[in-house]
Ligand binder design. Structure first.
Ligand code: NAP
Length: 500
């Protein structure tokens, strides 16, 4: 059992294998700085080797039979205890998350509370791992189904929701009776360590839950390639997801990939514009735009576009950018230099592809020079097929696309390779429901922002955003279990008729 962990200066984050905290032997590491203040060094993420992943897979493999045979409600109790611990420790976990990833403390708390809900819900699923009983075509026969674990599963996760996304994989994997190896993002090792520590203290037996830090191309790739890993659940970019999908398919592994988004908000002329503007700003600039469900395109009817753009600009200018740990901050920094540089490249592109109406330059000055800060930025008059309107930026950048009517708006909303979330603002019920039916995405919000989701509800996208079963809610169980069908014949005689 672990104890609550304090992050000390310049520590190297350990891995967790077979119930033990162990230092990586690789000797290679990545420094982790607070993205709002580079003078604040959290420590180092080790770049673990393929051998270290193999050791973790071995530990998970050995722990599997006993965990599989542990009654599901008992497994659920441990997940429930992790929920209790996370709820008790939410404040310190939120501060750590903000320090490591950069989102504001209230956003961190929101992520943690959602995660507690997910843990509670999934713990309850342990008592509902039901199959079904079916009648047979034959007399004195029946059929039943059971759900069984897969074995060792591999989880690969991103940095932007480093608590919620891993836990919405870990909890159903455990409840279903799998053992697991988790490769978190190398950008959020300390938050990952805190999560493992919670589960260890909740009472998980050694080897059931293993965590190995490392680079995707090495540690992540080994997890995907390892023949004993039966399934991969991945969340991250489309580029990496499509690689993983192809590699895992060669070994006939089960794969689930939740990937990028370029989520539209449609604003029709009859909308409540105050509501639409508030929700668009929240969706675009909350979490610094670093959400898969962030609003990055606003598709607005030409007749109200001038007015609506001005409303967006007025609101965006009032947002306070800064260190997410400081009260009153609305928008934190980019997570690291690479992400920040990517955003700056899109700012330059946006000036060629659209009309800059707000933001557009990195922030300078004492409060900003030691962090990766970009102000909320809006480009108007962006063409639907411009790169700015087609590519995921993952920063506080919003493109306005003007259209003539509903039909054009609906076509532009779906005219993209991604398909995660979409919103529409209108007081016309026919238009709203027509949009919900037509738009090509996994989640639609009517008169509310593109962001957010509830713990007991499925989450995920279509097209280039998602492949495999949805996550969260009861459907999450499907990915982490196999269905076995059992035919029962209690006649005690040789069958006279064949069934096909
Ligand atoms: P990423 O670069 O694709 O990385 C995701 C994870 O994959 C990281 O742990 C990464 O390791 C690992 N990885 C990288 N290359 C790999 C390889 N060749 N084999 C195996 N693993 C590999 O994504 P990110 O920048 O961390 O996260 C942002 C992306 O996640 C955005 O596109 C966002 O939309 C998406 N996202 C989607 C959802 C959703 O539910 N749809 C939710 C959250 C985020 P490293 O530590 O080396 O990076």
């Amino acid at each position: 059992m672990g104890t609550a962990i304090q992050v000390k200066e310049a520590t190297i984050c350990p891995n967790y294998v077979n119930g033990q905290w162990v230092q990586s032997r690789s000797g290679r590491k990545l420094v982790r700085l607070n993205p709002a203040n580079h003078d604040d060094v959290l420590g180092f993420a080790p770049l673990s080797t393929r051998d270290e992943i193999r050791e973790a897979v071995d530990a998970a493999r050995q722990a599997f039979p006993a965990w599989r045979d542990t009654p599901a409600p008992v497994r659920g109790k441990i997940v429930m205890q992790a929920a209790r611990l996370m709820a008790e420790e939410k404040e310190s976990l939120a501060r750590l998350l903000t320090r490591e990833e950069g989102k504001t403390v209230s956003e961190s708390l929101g992520e943690i509370l959602r995660t507690v809900n997910i843990l509670e819900y999934t713990a309850g699923e342990a008592r509902r791992l039901a199959g079904e009983t079916l009648p047979s075509e034959l007399p004195k026969n029946f059929i039943y189904t059971i759900r069984q674990p897969l074995g060792v599963v591999g989880l690969i996760t991103p940095w932007n929701f480093p608590v919620a996304v891993p836990v919405w994989k870990i909890a159903p994997a455990l409840v279903c009776g799998n053992t697991l190896v988790w490769k978190p993002s190398e950008l959020t090792p300390f938050t990952s360590r805190a999560i493992v520590d919670l589960f260890a203290r909740a009472g998980l037996p050694g080897g059931v839950f293993n965590m190995v830090n490392g680079a995707g191309e090495e540690a992540g790739d080994e997890l995907v390639e390892h023949p004993a890993v039966r399934a991969i659940s991945f969340t991250g970019s489309c580029e990496v997801g499509s690689l993983i999908y192809a590699k895992a398919a060669r070994q006939m592994k089960k794969v689930q990939c939740e990937m990028g988004g370029k989520n539209p908000v449609v604003v029709l002329a009859d909308a409540d514009l105050e509501l639409a503007a508030d929700c668009t700003i929240m969706g675009a600039f909350g979490s610094t735009g670093q959400r898969c469900t962030a609003t990055s395109r606003v598709i607005v009817e030409e007749s109200i576009a001038d007015k609506f753009v001005q409303m967006l600009v007025d609101r965006a200018r009032k947002l306070k950018v800064g260190n997410g740990a400081e009260p009153g901050t609305n928008v934190g920094p980019s997570v690291d230099e690479a992400q920040f540089n990517k955003v700056q490249e899109y700012l330059a592109l946006g000036k060629r592809e659209g009309k800059l109406v707000c933001g557009g330059e990195r922030l300078r000055g004492e409060a900003y020079d030691r962090g990766w800060f970009t102000p909320p930025t809006i480009f108007d008059r962006v063409a639907p097929d411009a790169r700015l309107a087609q590519e995921e930026i993952f920063g506080p950048v919003l493109s306005v696309i003007r259209v003539k009517d509903f039909d054009e708006a609906a076509a532009v909303a779906s005219g993209i390779r991604y398909g995660l979330a979409a919103s529409i603002f209108s007081t016309n019920a026919n238009a709203v429901f027509e949009f919900a039916e037509r738009v090509e995405c996994g989640i639609v919000h009517l008169n509310s922002p593109t962001v957010g989701g509830e713990a007991h509800v499925p989450f995920g996208g279509i097209k280039a955003t998602g492949i495999g079963e949805r996550e969260t809610g009861s459907i999450a169980i499907e990915f982490y279990s196999e269905l076995k069908i059992v035919y029962v014949d209690y006649t005690g005689r040789k069958r006279e008729t064949n069934i096909y």
